[in-house]
Design a protein around this ligand. Structure first.
Ligand code: GCU
Length: 609
């Protein structure tokens, strides 16, 4: 594959007239491991127009070939009326939320238009794709005035083919991002995290051969003689009956085959890889190749299963010493998007003694998942079906299922991911059970190699006796639930006197517990929001956890204080949910050390088994 270098420069003049009335131009293929592709990065400064009244879209609808902001016209002809111009407007960094870049956009919920101009010379034998790792929430993309399509959802990637739409020379991409919360959205209008808007993850112009490897999977074979199995899918006119190879040099393993009429093939290969685990996070270089294209990836192999209340990794019982994490950058506290931020958050989790992270409440950027995998941290990945979703709305379901499919498509080769979570704290109803039952079926149809989870809620069936009797526990593979004994439910002392009982014989997994404290705020253990109160809560809570039958793991809420519009207590919360064990400035609270000590004991106890 010829390695190409791209030249990026800001173009100086306007772009071509659009045929905006035509249907969306950008087809939307899946490109597995997109970051392995040759790419022109479009990250950096983008021009923006803040448009709370949808001016730029209204004009577009009225007069699509001329007025809409998507045409990116420079206002050079001052004899005609024009009421926008990107070139002389402000800028934002991409990736990045707008809320923490511009003080006037701190609370903003609405549309911001983004514009990037770049020089490009298409190579005739290649195809080009505009790939967004993520943008929140409702995004429409134009290239050179031509509408490519739109994407709903704030945390999954999307791709438009632009092969025949690029100019040889100056190009303009215009993106409309609207983060207004929608009642029928996923999530809906109410959530306990900041509604960070914008192009919050990287943007790349990818280049592939005319026929390329668009998707692949590789995992342990579910057969008695072991080995590996997987599939490969090609995209392009010359995809049928193509010979392919899959090679793992360190295992001296390779397999060849031929794709079917649809460019697809399944394969198996003999190999006995060292299994991936937190203690030994072994990854292998794997190359998928056809004549004219090859893609390299780093892939690990492991099994995850349940046996009654036991959680088995590679056939051995494991206790998940976890922590919940929001996708919020340490120190700057905007949306996290890069590898360094992922490393810092995971450094804190590793220092706690964690072997597991719950990436709440939505799919995090790929850096976080790959960094966790390289460190030997198991991952719980989740879609934002959060609280009171519109269970009877078919569009809401389609949105949730699309986000689930995109989450699985991106990360199904990441062995660290062991749980696909389909919901968080959703009130029980027939409509909700149908909605989540369908999502669980879809998840299993897409990927039968992982556990399906959700954060259910506990119930106090009699004074001091707790259980989980959510019908969802018959559908998912864990008895996974959030509980706040000692914070929302009683005070710290309640932890000492509650007991737990479960009818369902599945691994018990507590996906949230905790309480708030402002770093540096001190007092006695009964005064809320003091470090002493949180420390005492963690002491009593972990002692309570030690009494829970079948407990296979937990992910306390939460690693780091995070922004939420619901946390308004001035001087204590200041728009931050203070349940973090680490402050938003990276300061470790007293409770941090209680959890770390408890995990050290859990690790020692499990090692002796
Ligand atoms: C819930 C919810 C979290 C929220 C937490 C809290 O359990 O799942 O998203 O932040 O409670 O109230 O702090």
């Amino acid at each position: 594959m010829k390695i190409r270098c791209f030249a990026t420069a800001v173009a100086l003049s306007a772009v071509c007239v659009a045929l905006a009335s035509s249907p969306d131009a950008g087809t939307r293929p899946l490109i597995q491991n997109a970051h392995a592709r040759d790419a022109l990065s479009l990250d950096g400064q983008w021009k923006i127009i803040v448009d709370p009244y949808e001016n730029g879209y209204y004009d577009y609808r009225l007069n699509p070939t001329d007025e809409g902001y998507a045409q990116d016209r420079d206002y050079t002809d001052r004899t005609r009326l024009q009421e926008y111009e990107f070139e002389t407007d402000r800028s934002l960094n991409v990736p990045g939320d707008w809320n923490t870049q511009m003080p006037e956009l701190y609370y903003y919920e609405g549309t911001v238009w983004y514009r990037k101009r770049f020089n490009y010379t298409p190579e005739a034998s290649c195809r080009q794709f505009l790939h967004f790792d993520g943008a929140n929430y409702n995004t429409i993309v134009w290239l050179n005035g031509r509408r490519l399509g739109n994407h709903r959802g704030g945390f999954t990637g999307f791709t438009f083919e632009v092969t025949d739409l690029l100019n040889d020379g100056e190009n303009s991409v215009v993106v409309k991002v609207d983060n207004k919360r929608e009642p029928e959205g996923v999530p809906t209008v109410n959530s306990d995290w900041w509604n960070y808007g914008g192009i919050t993850r990287s943007v790349n112009l990818l280049e592939t051969p005319a026929t390329f490897i668009s998707d692949y999977t590789l995992h342990l074979a579910d057969t008695p003689n072991g080995g590996l199995s997987g599939c490969i899918t090609l995209d392009g006119d010359d995809k049928a009956s193509r010979e392919f190879t899959v090679t793992i040099p360190e295992l001296k393993a390779t397999v060849s085959g031929v794709t079917d009429a649809d460019g697809h093939a399944e394969f198996s290969l003999k190999a006995r890889p060292e299994l991936w685990s937190p203690e030994s996070p072994r990854l292998y270089d794997v190359t998928f190749a056809i004549d004219g294209d090859d893609v390299a990836d780093r892939i690990g192999f492991r099994t995850i299963a349940t046996d009654g209340t036991r959680l088995l990794l590679n056939g051995k019982e494991i206790f998940c010493r976890g922590i919940s994490i929001h996708e919020e950058a340490p120190f700057t506290n905007g949306r996290a998007w890069n590898r360094d931020q992922a490393e810092t958050l995971l450094d804190w989790a590793a220092d706690l003694g964690c072997n597991f992270v719950r990436l709440a409440h939505y799919p995090h950027n790929e850096h976080m998942v790959r960094a966790a995998e390289e460190r030997g941290m198991l991952v719980w990945s989740e879609i934002p079906v959060y609280w009171t979703i519109h269970w009877d709305d078919a569009d809401t379901y389609a949105n949730a299922e699309r986000q689930l499919s995109d989450m699985i498509a991106r990360d199904r080769n990441r062995c660290a991911v062991v749980v696909w979570s389909i919901a968080n704290e959703t009130p029980v109803s027939d409509a909700r059970n149908r909605f989540l039952g369908s999502l669980a079926d879809k998840a299993r149809a897409l990927d039968g190699t992982r556990l399906i989870g959700a954060a259910m809620e506990k119930r106090e069936v009699s004074p001091g006796v707790m259980t989980v009797d959510d019908p969802l526990s018959d559908i998912i593979d864990l008895v996974s639930f959030n509980e706040y004994v000692g914070w929302y439910d009683g005070t710290n002392e309640k932890c000492d006197r509650v007991s737990w009982t479960f009818d369902v014989k599945k691994p018990v997994f507590i996906s949230e517990f905790g309480g708030g404290a402002r770093y540096g705020c001190h007092g006695d253990t009964t005064t809320l929001f003091t470090e002493e109160n949180q420390e005492d809560l963690y002491r009593r809570h972990t002692a309570m956890l030690d009494r829970i039958p079948g407990l296979a793991g937990c992910t306390p809420w939460i690693l780091k204080d995070f922004r939420s519009p619901r946390r308004q207590l001035r001087g204590i919360q200041d728009d931050f949910n203070r349940k973090g064990l680490v402050s938003e400035q990276g300061q470790k609270k007293k409770a941090y050390y209680v959890l770390r000590d408890w995990y050290a004991r859990k690790r020692a106890a499990h090692t002796q088994r």
